[in-house]
Design a protein around this ligand. Structure first.
Ligand code: SF4
Length: 352
C-alpha cells in the first residue's frame, strides 16, 4: 500500500486490527488538488499515512453510541436529531472521526426509517434533523426521497440538513436533475432545506462547486460550512481566512471550525489548543464582521464547547455551545492550560 511516507506491505488483517479506513479518492478531487497549488497540504486529507497505525485515541470520542436512541438516530441535544443513513463517502477523509463506521458495515446506520420517524414524532422538542453518515449524497436521490417520506410529515421539524463533502469530492453529483424536486418537496412541506458543506481549505472550493452552490441557492437551499482544523493541512490563519471569505462570497455561511478529535488513527491531525486559539484569532483579524460567523468548537463527550481564549492567567477559557443540561449552555468556564494539550481531557486542573 502507498502511504504518504513510503510504500509498505500490509495484510488485510493488519488494516482491520488497526481500523484503517479504506482508501478511495474521486478522480475529480485528485485532479482538483493536483492543479490548485495546494497538493502537499490537501493530499493529507485523502492519502493514507503510516501515522494512522500509531496515533492514539478512541473510536467514539463524542459518545455517539451512547446517544443513539433507535438504530441510526442520535439524540444528544433536545432540538437536534442526527440520522446516519450510509457508511459510504465519495472519498475517505483520513481524519474522519467516524472511522469506526465509514467504509465498513455498521449497525449504527439506520435500517428502519419508520422506527426513526416514530421516535421523532414522539419528541416535539426536536426541531431539526441532520442527515449524515458517511455522506448522504452517496445515496441515490430516490433513496433520499424515501427517507424524506418518513420525515416530512412530522410537523415540528422546521429544517432538514444534509451534511456532505460531495461538493468538494464530486460536485457533479449535484447535476442530478431529480435533486431540485427533492429540495422543493422539503420547502413545500414547510421546512428549510440546508446543505452543510465541508470545505476544509480554499483549494477544495472548485469552480464546479461554486457553480453548484449558486444554482442550489437560487432554488432556496441554505448553506453552512463546517471545517476541521488539521495539522499540516489548514493550520494557517491566512488559509482559513481565505477559505471562510470564499465561502461567504459564494453564499455559504462559515459555521463551525472543529478542533480535530483524539480519534485512534487520526489524532496526528490534532493541533495544540494554544496554536488553535492563535489561528482562530488570526482568522478573525483577517475577516470583516459579516464573514466571521464561525465558532471554534470542540465536540466533546459532554457537549459542544466553544474554545474562546488562552488568558494571561494561563487558563483556557471555554463556553458550552451545546450541552444536554441547558443550564450549562452559554456559561464561561476555564481550566489551567497544559502545554501541548489538544482536548478538554488534556486539561486536568481545577475548573472554574
Ligand atoms: S466525508 Fe465525512 S463521513 Fe466521510 S470520511 Fe470524510 S469526514 Fe468522514
Amino acid at each position: 500500500m502507498k502511504f504518504i511516507e513510503e510504500t509498505r506491505v500490509v495484510s488485510e488483517g493488519e488494516l482491520q486490527i488497526n481500523n484503517i479506513t479504506p482508501y478511495h479518492v474521486t478522480k475529480f478531487y485528485r485532479e482538483q488538488i493536483a492543479k490548485n497549488g495546494y497538493y502537499d497540504q490537501l493530499k493529507r486529507i485523502v492519502e493514507p499515512s503510516v501515522e494512522e497505525f500509531e496515533s492514539p485515541g478512541t473510536l467514539d470520542t463524542s459518545g455517539e453510541h451512547d446517544n443513539t436512541v433507535v438504530p441510526g438516530l442520535q439524540h444528544k441535544y433536545p432540538q437536534t436529531g442526527l440520522l446516519l443513513v450510509t457508511e459510504r463517502c465519495g472519498s475517505y477523509c483520513r481524519y474522519c472521526f467516524r472511522k469506526r463506521i465509514v467504509g465498513k458495515t455498521s449497525d449504527e446506520i439506520a435500517p428502519d426509517f419508520a422506527q426513526v420517524a416514530q421516535y421523532i414524532a414522539h419528541h416535539p422538542e426536536m426541531t431539526n434533523v441532520l442527515i449524515s453518515g458517511g455522506d448522504p449524497l452517496m445515496l441515490s436521490t430516490a433513496k433520499l426521497d424515501k427517507i424524506l417520506d418518513h420525515l416530512l410529515p412530522i410537523n415540528h421539524l422546521s429544517s432538514i440538513r444534509f451534511g456532505t463533502k460531495m461538493l468538494a469530492y464530486e460536485p457533479r453529483r449535484f447535476e442530478d436533475s431529480a435533486l431540485p424536486a427533492l429540495f422543493e418537496r422539503i420547502q413545500k412541506s414547510g421546512k428549510t432545506p440546508i446543505i452543510v458543506t465541508h470545505f476544509d481549505h480554499v483549494g477544495e472550493i472548485s469552480s464546479d462547486a461554486e457553480q453548484k452552490v449558486r444554482t442550489l441557492r437560487a432554488q432556496g437551499v441554505q448553506f453552512l460550512n463546517q471545517a476541521v482544523l488539521l495539522a499540516k493541512v489548514n493550520d494557517d490563519p491566512e488559509i482559513l481566512a481565505e477559505t471562510f471569505a470564499k465561502c461567504h462570497e459564494i453564499g455559504v455561511r462559515p459555521y463551525y471550525l472543529f478542533q480535530a478529535r483524539p480519534v485512534k488513527g487520526a489524532s496526528h491531525f490534532q493541533v495544540a489548543l494554544r496554536r488553535g486559539i492563535e489561528i482562530a484569532r488570526g482568522i478573525n483579524q483577517r475577516l470583516s464582521g459579516i464573514e466571521k460567523t464561525f465558532k471554534y468548537i470542540m465536540s466533546h463527550y459532554t457537549g459542544k464547547i466553544e474554545i474562546l481564549d488562552l488568558g494571561d492567567d494561563g487558563r483556557v477559557y471555554m463556553r458550552y455551545h451545546q450541552n444536554k443540561v441547558s443550564e450549562k449552555i452559554g456559561r464561561i468556564f476555564s481550566r489551567p492550560h497544559v502545554e501541548a494539550a489538544c482536548w478538554l481531557d488534556d486539561l486536568q486542573g481545577n475548573e472554574i
